[in-house]
Design a protein around this ligand. Structure first.
Ligand code: GDG
Length: 494
């Protein structure tokens, strides 16, 4: 993480209170490997970004202990981390098989995930799953109450915790509660299919501050509150909701990345030749797609567009390679298993149709790449194809931009990704549902004159560097602290 400090206001605020982070995934996992206990860190921008802040502020992080040796090394679920130089407490919550099946694979990922992405078809809002989601949220809420006091700043991450804030509020009326929702929020008509809509809104409105990536999700959320909770008062101008005797501020701050770190990783590009050789990436022109295998990311749509591109522009055959880096995700869920089959079939089809003895049109990398390899791939790719059908933000788009240290890549970006709001101007915009124009956009992106390509990328890089992870955190914490000041003032005026 960059060495710049958090803002004065935030540092002062955090000096007076403990920061308590609550997320489903933990920052460190302990596992048994051939009898030895090893520690691993999950890949992913946010966990890696919050960790240094926790180290500096010495708070507590509450998360699901998913490592098989997690509870061996912990005392009453608590372990000091980072393991090499402990500075804060990781408090682990144990989940059973049934918890996982119903809270994680069930309600979180088969009800909330598709619903928030506006995809009604795979939505399953099973009441039994919801009861387990509620029970697990209560357990996380109890852990929060145990680990914090009324002066703590409690920060929930994501859609796994739609109800936990209410449980905490009931026990700690004065606590400062904030939540960041990493995925979109749907339009009222979409949210209306959810039988548990009122309970979810009631849970989320126990926060003092609820943050989304972009303004559209805030507007949708406010509209949903107005249509579901008749007793709530929504102020669309101020972005506030009065409900159950308190005020929740709803704001958008687009999550940033650690651009300095990304640039420096991308600059050490010594691993590229090895990587290209290992996977057989031999086209002169390289395009990449990096995503978890998820139906929201538009992977089959992207492969269809690549197939159309080779049909329409036969001159590109033999010189253009598309690299699909996609690790399996949530494969216990049927819709994900089906997606995997669609992607496998589509890639095989394109490679069979167009491949030759010396050239493979689509190269797939199914495993998680080590960071230095991922960033080498970003840097050496002429295009990034981000074709999400819907995406809260899409950090891959930002990581790709920050890796273009020579300003020579082009981002081909779906208009339906949250990242489009910040990066749309410099990107070649696509509608992933429109195969023909997507294929034409790939050709257009490849044909951009060098000067234009450089100008577009330089402007995008500036934006990603200016509004980075640290600026984002300052915005979130400063707004949370301001909510508390507002609350105190309104109490003193009563
Ligand atoms: C959710 C929202 C929102 C991927 N492959 C490898 C690898 N990754 C890392 C990327 C990136 C992260 O995973 C993926 O982040 P995204 O933002 O693209 O997508 P989601 O996982 O769906 O995240 C999304 C995000 O939350 C944050 O709020 O943007 O909209 O859906 O950081 O680099 N990392 C490594 N090897 C890989 O092979 N090391």
């Amino acid at each position: 993480m960059t060495d710049r400090p958090l803002s004065e206001t935030v540092l002062e605020g955090l000096a007076e209170r403990d920061l308590v982070v609550v997320s489903n995934r933990q920052p460190y996992a302990h596992n048994r490997d051939d009898g030895e206990i090893t520690v691993s860190r999950p890949a992913g921008g946010l966990t890696a970004g919050i960790d240094p802040v926790m180290q500096r502020t010495e708070g507590t992080w509450i998360a699901w202990g998913d490592g098989d040796a997690d509870f061996e090394v912990a005392e009453e679920g608590r372990v000091r981390v980072p393991p090499d130089d402990p500075s804060y407490t990781l408090s682990r919550v144990e989940l059973s098989e049934t918890d996982l099946e119903r809270y994680y694979y069930g309600y979180s990922n088969q009800a909330l995930w598709p619903l928030c992405h506006g995809m009604i078809y795979p939505v399953r809002c099973d009441g039994r799953d919801f009861e387990r989601y509620r029970a697990v949220n209560r357990r996380f809420g109890e852990a929060v109450v145990e680990e914090s006091d009324e002066g703590s700043l409690i920060w929930f991450q994501d859609y796994h915790f739609g109800l936990a804030p209410r449980f905490v509020r009931q026990e700690m009326p004065e606590a400062l509660l904030t939540q960041f929702w990493h995925i979109p929020w749907p339009a009222p008509k979409t949210f209306a299919v959810c039988p548990q809509a009122d309970a979810l809104l009631d849970g989320l409105l126990a926060n003092d501050l609820l943050v989304f990536h972009v303004a559209e999700y805030v507007e949708n959320f406010l509209e949903c509150v107005a249509s579901v909770l008749s007793e709530a008062t929504v102020d669309r101008e101020d972005g506030t909701v009065e409900y159950d005797g308190s005020t929740t501020t709803i704001q958008s701050f687009p999550l940033g990345i650690d651009a300095e770190r990304t640039e420096s990783l991308a600059s050490e590009s010594g691993v590229w030749t090895d990587l290209a050789e290992r996977y057989g990436i031999d086209g002169q022109t390289v395009a990449l797609g990096v995503d978890r295998l998820d139906y929201t990311k538009g992977i089959p749509e992207r492969i269809d567009a690549i197939e159309r591109f080779f049909e329409e522009y036969p001159g590109r055959r033999g010189e253009f390679t598309y690299v699909q880096n996609g690790s399996a995700s949530r494969s216990e869920i049927e819709s994900y298993e089906y997606l995997q089959q669609r992607v496998d079939t589509a890639i095989e089809r394109v490679n069979r149709r167009f491949g030759t003895a010396t050239w493979k049109p689509i190269v797939r990398i199914d495993e998680m790449l080590p960071e230095e390899e991922l960033y080498a791939l970003y840097r050496h790719s002429d295009l990034a194809l981000v074709s999400a059908l819907r995406d809260g933000m899409n950090l891959v788009a930002k990581e790709y931009v920050a890796s273009q240290v020579d300003d020579d890549g082009v981002l081909v970006l779906s208009e339906f990704a949250g990242a489009h709001e910040e990066l749309g101007d410099g990107a070649v915009t696509i509608n992933p549902f429109d195969t023909q124009s997507f294929a034409e956009a790939i050709d257009r992106a490849l044909s951009l004159p060098t000067e234009e390509r450089n100008e577009r990328m330089a402007a995008q890089r500036r934006r990603v560097a200016e509004y980075d992870l640290l600026t984002w955190m300052n915005d979130v914490f400063e707004t949370a602290l301001a909510c508390e000041t507002d609350r105190e003032q309104s109490v003193s005026h009563v």
